[in-house]
Write a protein that binds this ligand. Structure first.
Ligand code: ADP
Ligand code: MG
Length: 457
């Protein structure tokens, strides 16, 4: 078969198989030669070779045989020196799929196991919406295990928005698609623990070697290593060694790299050097989607249990905090309903979820904000809202205005009225000032964050 003939067959296949299947399975094949009734193809991995052989072998053979009747068999060979080869396999020989060479080198994964993967955290179970579509797409791309295009992938977002879920999903997918890859998924805390242990047992060489033999490294909740200097240092070296070898790294954190305090600058900039994507807070549609998908699972667990009309919509609108709480609410609802043997109605929902619903109902008032801020800065309420312009009163006043704008739905004139009848432009100025200062002044940023959390708690 000539390269041209193979080109024609590929074109035909791309039309008959559809873009997706073609890209996944036929595109990666490289035609090597036809010899002695055998057509040889190079494949990036054993897994791909096996898959194509099982699913597309017949189609391929019949197409090839049309122009080359002598061809009776197709063999897929793993081409050497691709990124998908385990690094220690330096033999120039290619491994024919029919008899995959047994790797006798001790596998580092024997001694280096990460967090166990959660069965539920797969791509199939991940509901995609506007707030997480970018993070999902990036995770999907990395999970394909193709050439490393961005390194690291840095996923960040608030608690319960699906970071760990996505990391596990990547690991699951890589396990099926690229089973020979040594994928290590662990939390930053576990990384530190192992590091400290290695130091204590004087096994730093082993530690370094193990981590550097990993093909894909995932470190969850990396904000944990902030302030832990020697762990950071080691992490930085591991990180660099893997990036140099073109190994994929995936990192998650609860905030953006430049917002993680006490992180060395060189690490910060390394973390930013790949693709940084955030998971935004959920919106109504995403929450509803997640509830619907979980309800399907629960309906199988509790057959015959009916969910009344409008219940999921009600929950999606009312429970706006993180997905974990949303899930928890649904779990409780199903368990409760099945215990009492009643269908899930609005009444039952209200009764069963009183506490969760009350929490999310809580609205912060201007008075509450003023009280908290005054307490925090040890000043009197009358000074907070009064006319004095000294910095000790003016700054807390601006912070309180800022929080009122952020946490309530009140208008600027309304806020102004609560601050001794100030003009709305004064309020606007105060809000802007704090917005600026939050970026420049770590103390103010921390105060604002602290106050916000305690007001929302
Ligand atoms: P994080 O690591 O960001 O704190 P997790 O990944 O642990 O959050 O997610 C919390 C819970 O919410 C998990 O049970 C997870 O399966 C679920 N979850 C989060 N986002 C989604 C989503 N888009 N679709 C389905 N489940 C989700
Ligand atoms: Mg997590």
């Amino acid at each position: 078969m000539t390269d041209d003939q193979w080109g024609t067959i590929r074109d035909e296949l791309s039309r008959t198989l559809g873009e997706n299947s073609f890209q996944s399975w036929i595109e990666p094949l490289t035609f090597i030669e036809t010899d002695d009734g055998i057509a040889r193809f190079g494949v990036p991995t054993n897994f791909l070779g096996n898959y194509v052989s099982q699913n597309y072998g017949d189609v391929l053979l019949s197409k090839i045989a049309r122009s080359n009747p002598s061809v009776r068999r197709i063999v897929f060979e793993v081409a050497p020196a691709t990124r998908h080869q385990p690094p220690r396999d330096t033999s120039a020989k290619s491994n024919a799929v029919a008899s995959p060479a047994v790797n006798t080198a001790p596998s580092p994964s024997d001694t280096l196991t990460g967090s166990p993967l959660d069965k539920r955290f797969t791509f199939d179970n991940f509901v995609v919406g506007k707030p997480n579509e970018l993070a999902h797409a990036a995770a999907k791309r990395v999970a394909e295990g193709g050439p490393v295009t961005f390194n690291p992938l840095f996923l960040y977002g608030g608690v319960g928005l699906g970071k760990t879920h996505l990391m596990h999903a990547i690991a699951w997918e890589l396990r099926t698609r690229q089973p020979h890859l040594n994928v290590l998924n662990l939390s930053a805390e576990q990384f530190m623990y192992r590091f400290v242990q290695a130091l204590r047992d004087r096994k730093m060489m082993d530690f370094k070697e193990l981590f550097r033999s990993v093909d894909v490294l995932m470190v969850d909740d990396v904000q944990f290593i902030a302030g832990k200097d020697s762990t950071q240092e080691e992490f930085f070296h591991t990180f660099n060694a893997l990036v140099d070898q073109q190994k994929q790294i995936i990192i998650s954190a609860d905030r953006a790299p430049d917002e993680i305090k006490d992180l060395e600058n060189r690490i910060r900039s390394r973390l930013q050097s790949g693709l940084v994507v955030d998971l935004h807070p959920t919106d109504y549609e995403l929450r509803l989607g997640i509830l619907q998908s979980k309800t399907e699972t629960y309906s199988q667990m509790y057959p015959g249990l009916e969910v009344g009309a409008g219940i999921l919509e009600f929950l999606a609108a009312r429970i706006v905090s993180n997905v974990r709480i949303l899930e928890g609410a649904l779990t409780r609802l199903f368990a409760f309903a099945s215990l009492v043997g009643k269908p899930i109605t609005m009444d039952l929902t209200q009764e069963c979820l009183t506490d969760i619903l009350r929490q999310s109902e809580r609205k912060v008032s201007i008075e509450e904000i003023q009280r908290k801020v005054a307490d925090h800065y040890l000043i009197r309420h009358s000074d907070l809202v009064g006319p004095k312009r000294v910095r000790t009163f003016a700054r807390p006043r601006q912070i309180a205005m800022y929080l009122c704008k952020q946490l309530t739905t009140r208008s600027l004139p309304e806020i102004g009225r609560h601050f001794g009848g100030r003009d709305h432009t004064t309020v606007m100025h105060g809000v802007r000032r704090i917005e600026e200062l939050r970026k420049q002044d770590a103390q103010i940023a921390e105060d604002v964050e602290l106050l916000r959390r305690s007001l929302e708690a």
